[in-house]
Design a binder for this molecule. Structure first.
Ligand code: PHE
Length: 505
């Protein structure tokens, strides 16, 4: 970046820190800079310092040192003397000998083994075992009685100057004793000019009184005209702020809902737990269809069955399955089982919502849609989940045609941003003709959903006499395309980075 520009964006404090650093030969502690640069508060130096570092004009290095103060036991030793010293003077005063019991008059219980240990180590006393343990003072011990020990000096120093930096080797013997010395870490930072910082100083600048904020008073009184306003650096680093936001899948659902509402549809809802009757029988899915198998459908244990109170519809469905009733179909030619129909399951498609709706609203016209979760016993992989959303819908009107079905689906995908759509013949037990829809993406066709016109065997069961265009489309596949995910499962992983960074539709 050009030097002149960098200088124009320096605050007064930043300039002052740079000038002070120059005076201090290029590197100094913030404390030194505060003193030498005439700053009233250390935060001014620290703030300016971190900005200068962000602008690469200085480097801030941190080193950690240990500082020491007296602990509880340390204070106690300072006041009463080190245990070995107390023991020593007792022995000295009592004919150079003492038993352990006698020492307890000058030492606390836990101090006795400590004192004996140190007396031995410092060779101040010898230990002999006669009728008990006897400590006898040595010539070294005699000398030590009147001498000030280095440990005692250190205790005194640390008492007078807590948080001192002392060479750890000097206090080794005190550090090994419990609660005598407290250790803390202290961070020292050093600011040093970078080559860019030096260039800025070589170029030179003046410190002028400048402002970074305009107040209403300045504007009203017109004094802003005489002020120098510091330019903002919009490129300077600032931490990202992440507020709450809608989950990408929810955003997609809202978007899809909006499209259908704009196209004049009404939203309907249903329930997760359904009877096989409504999920399958009414839709003319044969009772021995492989999709009913435990392989594909998740049946419920509690309740394991659900009553189907709609007697009239049950009767119609039974007849249609057995012989086609008056639909001119031959039906499936078996004995219909209401027991099979009562089985409780987790809905395998949202087509159950539309067929329930049609049974209550058999007269045209109607345009409804639903977006809801369905459940299947799938092997989970990059493009399959056991729980997923379907976008379901119907157009029920007297003049409805297959061409219209293609048109509405193409329109929906176009509004979703997909222009290249392929319609293929398909098969569903409840539609004729049936159609599959694929979208071209990343150089390949991806299957997105099924559709068709409900068969007479379906419409007759619910008392509908006019054509119904129906579709059920996958939501997660659409989400994969929209959010550029190769693995469908990632949509449901709470990956915070992905959630933060994904732009919503
Ligand atoms: N129910 C079908 C499925 O789950 C989709 C579909 C809905 C097909 C409506 C035709 C008509 O895949």
């Amino acid at each position: 970046m050009d030097i002149q520009h960098i200088i124009s964006e320096l605050s007064t404090n930043e300039k002052k820190v740079l000038l002070t650093l120059k005076k201090l030969k290029g590197s100094a502690s913030p404390k030194k800079i505060q003193e030498q640069g005439d700053f009233s508060q250390s935060v001014e130096v620290m703030n300016a310092g971190s900005w200068l570092q962000a602008k690469q004009l200085i480097k801030i290095e941190e080193t950690i040192t240990k500082v020491y103060s007296l602990g509880k036991e340390g204070e106690h030793f300072l006041k009463n003397g080190l245990p070995e010293k107390r023991a020593l003077s007792y022995i000295n005063k009592h004919n150079d000998k003492a038993t352990i019991q006698e020492l307890s008059s000058v030492l606390l219980g836990h101090e006795i083994p400590v004192a004996i240990g140190w007396l031995k180590q410092k060779k101040w006393a010898t230990i002999t075992k006669e009728k008990g343990t006897i400590l006898t003072i040595t010539p070294e011990g005699k000398k030590a009685v009147t001498q000030q020990m280095p440990e005692e000096n250190i205790l005194q120093d640390l008492h007078e100057h807590p948080d001192s930096e002392i060479d750890a080797s000097k206090i080794k013997s005190l550090l090994t004793r419990k609660n005598v010395i407290k250790e803390k870490e202290r961070i020292h930072s050093t600011f040093s000019l970078t080559s860019q910082g030096k260039q800025v100083l070589d170029h030179g600048f003046t410190i002028t009184e400048e402002i970074s904020l305009l107040t209403p008073e300045m504007i009203q009184s017109g004094t802003w005209k005489d002020q120098t306003l510091r330019p903002y650096d919009i490129h300077v680093f600032a931490p990202s702020q992440y507020g709450g936001k809608t989950h990408p899948l929810v955003a997609l659902i809202d978007h899809i809902r909006q499209i259908f509402l704009e196209l004049g549809f009404t939203e309907i809802q249903g329930q997760f737990v359904e009877s096989s009757f409504w999920n399958m029988d009414v839709l003319f899915i044969p009772q021995d269809h492989p999709a009913r198998d435990m392989q594909d459908t998740l049946y419920c244990k509690k309740p394991s069955s659900i009553e189907v109170p709609q007697k009239q519809i049950v009767q119609k469905v039974k007849t249609i399955h057995e012989n086609g009733g008056d639909t001119s179909s031959t039906g499936w030619n078996y004995d219909f089982s209401l027991e099979e129909g009562k089985k409780a399951l987790l809905r395998t498609h949202t087509t159950v919502n539309t067929i329930r709706y049609l049974s209550k609203n058999p007269s045209p016209p109607s345009k409804v849609f639903s977006i809801g979760k369905v459940f299947r016993r799938e092997n989970i992989d990059t493009t399959h989940l056991a729980e997923f959303y379907q976008i379901e819908g119907i157009i029920h009107e007297e003049t409805a045609t297959f061409r219209q079905l293609i048109g509405i689906l193409k329109e929906f995908y176009k509004r979703m941003g997909f222009e290249k759509i392929r319609c293929r013949p398909g098969y569903f037990p409840y539609t004729e003709p049936s159609m599959e829809i694929d979208v071209f993406w990343n150089n390949q066709w991806m299957e997105l959903g099924g559709s068709g016109i409900f068969r007479p065997e379906v419409t007759a069961a619910v008392g509908v006499k006019t054509p119904v265009l129906a579709w059920g489309l996958g939501l997660e596949r659409l989400a994969m395309l929209k959010y550029k995910q190769k693995d469908m499962r990632r949509l449901y992983v709470s990956d915070l980075n992905w959630l933060h960074d994904t732009a919503l539709l």
